[in-house]
Design a protein around this ligand. Structure first.
Ligand code: C2E
Ligand code: CA
Ligand code: CA
Ligand code: CA
Length: 273
């Protein structure tokens, strides 16, 4: 009879093959996702904690795959980065987000996530300028979110492109703040307009007093550097109260709303008046 171990090894190998196969197929399908019009944007509301007004929406991409259904970004963004399709996907996201936001009334920001690879694309700055021009969206309404890792990868070049983007009049937010290797160094290297406190700190804040102290310190840091601070991942009233007590300016999370289709985001804006 076959030994259990041999069977386990076989199973392990075939599941490795299976994972590799899924990644390969995903990469292949990603190359045609844009031209086949399979990408969708959802929008998540961002609110001021001072007067509860809507300050912006973050654009979050989804992939409507012909057989797999709605695929979340965790299942394809890293593959798109690996195979290079992220450049086309990122451009589609930028163009679509600007087009949608240009129709909204008021001074509502549209926040768009940028991948590290996009910050090395020589066409990025011209593409953003063109998207703004074509849609008529005011540059100060566009906010680009970048994570620390992307500044670290090719720092000199990334910083150069960030400065060019800022010269267009768009604002730059540092995403997932506090989770990178050198948050303070990154903050020091560039004049960011907004810090987004990673949701892990808020998640821990009710059970771990240290997490709350860190939130307090980031809010103080933002205040002294004159950088806006937004807390991500607010799920409970308790967390909201804590953020208000600590003087955090803006927040985003399921408590205010899940990522929603553009029609729902527009209805929410109209309801606010
Ligand atoms: P992120 O930029 O940190 O976006 C926030 C994520 O947290 C979103 O997940 C959002 O749905 C989720 N979230 C918001 N509020 C809450 C909350 O209260 N509780 C919890 N548990 N989660 C909350 P999503 O949409 O699945 O996106 C995941 C990540 O995929 C994003 O993280 C971002 O890194 C990436 N991503 C999404 N869209 C794009 C895109 O257009 N381009 C690029 N390059 N990356 C994207
Ligand atoms: Ca983000
Ligand atoms: Ca984030
Ligand atoms: Ca994240």
């Amino acid at each position: 009879a076959k030994s259990g171990l041999a069977e386990k090894i076989c199973y392990y190998e075939s599941s490795m093959d299976e994972a590799a196969r899924v990644r390969r197929n995903t990469a292949r399908d990603l190359w045609t996702a844009v031209e086949n019009d399979e990408l969708r944007l959802l929008y998540q509301v961002q609110r001021s904690l001072g007067d509860n007004s809507i300050v912006g929406y973050e654009a979050l991409v989804r992939w409507q795959h012909p057989t797999r259904g709605l695929v979340p970004p965790v299942e394809f963004i890293s593959i798109a980065e690996e195979c290079g399709a992220i450049i086309e996907i990122g451009k589609w996201v930028l163009a679509q987000a600007c087009e949608d936001a240009a129709k909204w009334n008021g001074d509502i920001k549209i926040a768009v996530n940028l991948s590290p690879a996009q910050l090395t694309d020589p066409d990025l700055v011209a593409f953003v300028r063109q998207a703004l021009y074509r849609t008529g969206l005011s540059p100060r309404r566009l906010e680009l979110e970048i994570t620390e890792s992307m500044v670290i990868a090719d720092r000199t070049r990334a910083l150069h492109i960030l400065r060019q983007l800022k010269a267009l009049g768009v604002t730059i937010a540092i995403d997932d703040f506090g989770t990178g290797y050198s948050s303070l160094d990154t903050l020091n290297a560039f004049r960011f307009d907004k810090i987004k406190i990673d949701r892990s700190f808020l998640k821990d804040s009710e059970t771990n007093p240290q997490a709350r102290t860190i939130i307090r310190a980031i809010v103080a840091l933002g205040r002294s550097l004159e950088i806006k601070v937004l807390a991500e991942g607010v799920e409970t009233k308790n967390q909201l109260d804590l953020l208000k007590l600590e003087g955090c300016e803006e927040a985003q999370g399921y408590l205010f709303g899940r990522p929603e289709a553009v029609e729902a985001a527009e209805a929410r804006l109209l309801a606010q008046g």
